[in-house]
Design a protein around this ligand. Structure first.
Ligand SMILES: Nc1ncnc2c1ncn2[C@@H]1O[C@H](COP(=O)(O)OP(=O)(O)OP(=O)(O)O)[C@@H](O)[C@H]1O
Ligand SMILES: [Mg+2]
Length: 260
């Protein structure tokens, strides 16, 4: 039984009404190291509307993390166009990109990426201090975000004093604290045991129910099954998108409609 389900949702920052949160057109990404070139993404076109819960799947090396880095403005496409909440990120300066990343996107990674010397609330408030929010307000919002993920009684604990599942919940609180339009998670359950995975999935579903747009990368079919939409990536391309096959039978054939 999870004790942390009742929450006070703070509304996510709304995207301009008509535009999807994510609108990628023919996005390519080529990494160059020395004489070697790797085409990590080759013409990805993808739209994700506000409030969707999307799982990205695909083999190792297929380009999932590269895609997430672009979605989160941690990196920019080599070719193609990316509109985030209607804004063309390709035209922005480095400073403007950092600002967008901070304001619109919350990240959760497989390795939690918490600062070990800082308490839970100090880790959670970091995105707010970059955004110039005052100290008292930062503390209030960090504690509220920790409350939201069920860690209201762990605000002064350091990461080393928390379980893996609790550390990941701190990371989710940090992702939420600035009320981003988009939550991006790269294998957030990859380092968790099955009980903590179940809790984490319940938490993402709760965030989605409260209106968050969630894009989650996973290798686990069980995790993907909880999302409303599954996008499969292979060799830097989108191989399939359950949103496209919703009204026409895909390669798996028989009675997919019966699943719902
Ligand atoms: N910074 C980089 N420099 C050069 N090549 C890179 C870089 N990052 C990723 N790549 C290459 O791009 C391709 C896609 O990598 P990516 O990390 O996106 O895969 P992935 O689908 O996330 O894999 P995994 O499931 O193992 O995490 C790989 O061939 C990888 O070696
Ligand atoms: Mg990856």
């Amino acid at each position: 039984m999870t004790l942390w389900l009742p929450v006070r949702p703070e509304p996510a920052e709304p995207a301009p009404a008509a535009s999807p949160v994510i609108d990628l057109s023919e996005v390519g990404k080529t990494y160059r190291s020395g004489s070697l070139q790797v085409e990590a993404l080759r013409g990805v076109t993808l739209r994700i509307e506000a409030g969707e819960y999307v799982a990205i799947m695909g083999p190792s090396g297929s380009g999932k993390s590269t895609l997430m880095h672009i979605l989160g403005c941690l990196d920019v496409p080599t070719t193609g166009r990316y509109l985030l909440a209607g804004e063309d990120v390709g035209t922005l300066t480095e400073a403007a990109l950092a600002e967008i990343r901070n304001r619109r996107v919350g990240f959760v990674f497989q390795q939690f990426n918490l600062l070990p010397a800082l308490t839970a609330w100090r880790n959670v408030e970091l995105p707010l201090s970059y955004a110039g929010v005052g100290r008292d307000e930062r503390r209030r919002r960090a504690v509220a975000a920790l409350d939201r993920v069920g860690l209201g009684d762990r605000v002064e604990h350091r990461p080393g004093e928390l379980s893996g599942g609790q550390q990941q919940r701190v990371a989710v609180a940090r992702a939420l604290v600035a009320n981003p339009a988009l939550i991006l998670a790269d294998e957030p359950t990859g380092n968790l045991d099955s009980a903590a995975t179940t809790d984490m999935l319940a938490l993402f579903e709760q965030l989605h129910d409260q209106g968050a747009t969630v894009v989650l990368i996973t290798h686990e079919a069980e995790v993907a099954a909880r999302a409303g939409r599954v996008v499969r990536v292979r060799d830097g391309r989108i191989q399939s998108d359950s949103a496209d096959s919703a009204d026409s039978s895909d390669s798996s054939g028989s009675s997919a409609a019966a699943e719902r």
